[in-house]
Design a protein around this ligand. Structure first.
Ligand code: SF4
Length: 385
């Protein structure tokens, strides 16, 4: 890590948040994070992935935990690594009680606190999370994501306004955490569009310059485009002092996940050294946009990465058309995360679901999906709705 050069980066006056052996905040170097794409229950593979990412320079490594079986696996993983671990919770927020003793940070998504135990308020659920995090010395990340925003917030804003609900959600959660006297937290506001990431993070900082920010472009996709998109957002924000930790999310095979860490560190080093890539913005703004998730433990068919690559190859002929195709690895986040795309694909164990501008077209086998998707793409290019 080029810490000497990094010392020249401007930094917002964010407070310090300790995450195991690293700290984030304006007094500390910017921390690059990574996430395992292995099945959490596959302890050997996950330990190897954690070590791969830590060796590449990840200060914190995130693992998805959805079930009690994952919790048991996490206990074994904990025994076998000294890396700082964060856990990614989805709807089942109660798992936090089992995982908090094992990790240094818990990430929850405000948009996921609604589906489970619907009679309990989100404020109550956050109180529970704060209690267990506090008991075990864990940090918390409030991870707001454009594709799974709090439904009550979404209703308050015009259709197509993703910034308003994300910002309000993040600010409300900060206010509650403050009221609960819990300060060991950071926030992320991620969108698949780098310009939206810039906008929502800049607006957040105007309100809460004290809260450490975790930067990221969600579903940035495959390299090189995924790195370019992340760079556009992170470069803009970092050079203005915004961002204390970051992750470059890329659709790459498990064995290549270290590329995310290297890309993140390179962006930090470049910004610190004054090397900017302003031309990138132009190249990404035009033409066909393929977004795809970075994959994680929740991927339901391992051919997902190949599918994302095949979609890119099969649609090269449409490069000039300003359309978005979203390719997601699972049924948990796939339906929501493809809502705003012209064409959305999300993977199940045996079938790939296809959606066109919010309308579900059905589930197709892995052999059928590409020709079916191309039919829809051609229809959209020809001016169909
Ligand atoms: S869409 Fe599903 S598989 Fe992909 S990163 Fe998100 S949770 Fe993981």
């Amino acid at each position: 890590m080029a810490q000497d050069t990094e010392a020249q980066l401007p930094r917002n006056p964010t407070r310090s948040v300790q995450i195991g052996t690293v700290a984030i905040g304006h007094d500390h170097p910017i921390v690059v994070q990574g996430m395992c794409a292995t099945k959490t229950a596959d302890v050997d593979a996950t330990v190897a992935q954690v070590e791969q990412l830590a060796r590449a320079g990840a200060g914190v490594v995130r693992i998805a935990v959805d079930t009690h079986r994952d919790c048991q696996a996490l206990a074994e993983i904990r025994q076998r690594t000294e890396a700082n671990l964060a856990v990614d919770l989805q709807e089942n927020y109660r798992l936090a009680a089992d995982v908090a003793p094992l990790v240094e940070k818990v990430r929850y998504n405000p948009g996921h606190l609604f589906h489970h135990e619907r009679r309990r308020t989100w404020q109550d659920k956050v109180r529970f999370l704060v209690e267990v995090a506090g008991q075990h010395g864990c940090a918390i990340r409030v991870g707001v994501n454009c594709g799974s925003v709090d439904p009550a917030k979404r209703e308050k804003y015009a259709e197509g306004d993703s910034t308003g609900p994300m910002l309000e959600s993040a600010l409300d959660h900060c206010e509650l955490l403050d009221r609960l006297d819990f300060t060991r937290y950071c926030v992320s506001l991620k969108d698949s569009d780098p310009q939206q990431v810039i906008e929502v993070n800049r607006l957040f900082v105007l309100e809460r310059p004290d809260v450490p920010l975790h930067l990221g472009v969600t579903e940035a996709g495959m390299p090189p485009e995924g790195i370019v998109k992340s760079r556009i957002a992170m470069e803009h924000l970092l050079r203005r002092g915004i961002g204390d930790t970051l992750r470059v999310s890329l659709t790459v095979p498990v064995a290549e996940k270290h590329v995310e860490i290297e890309a993140g560190q390179r962006i930090i080093d470049d910004v610190a050294a004054g090397r900017f890539h302003d031309d990138d913005r132009e190249s990404i703004a035009k033409g066909l946009n393929i977004i795809s998730c970075p994959s994680c433990s929740r991927v339901e068919n391992e051919t997902f990465i190949d599918l994302a690559r095949q979609v890119r190859e099969a649609t090269r002929y449409a490069a000039e058309h300003a359309l978005t195709i979203a390719v997601m690895g699972c049924r948990v986040n796939g339906p929501g995360e493809t809502d705003d795309a012209d064409l959305g694909l999300w993977c199940g164990p045996k079938f790939v679901n296809l959606k066109c501008r919010g309308r579900t077209l059905g589930a197709f086998s892995y052999e059928e999906i590409l020709p079916r998707m191309k039919e829809e793409l051609d229809r959209l290019i020809a001016g169909g709705e």
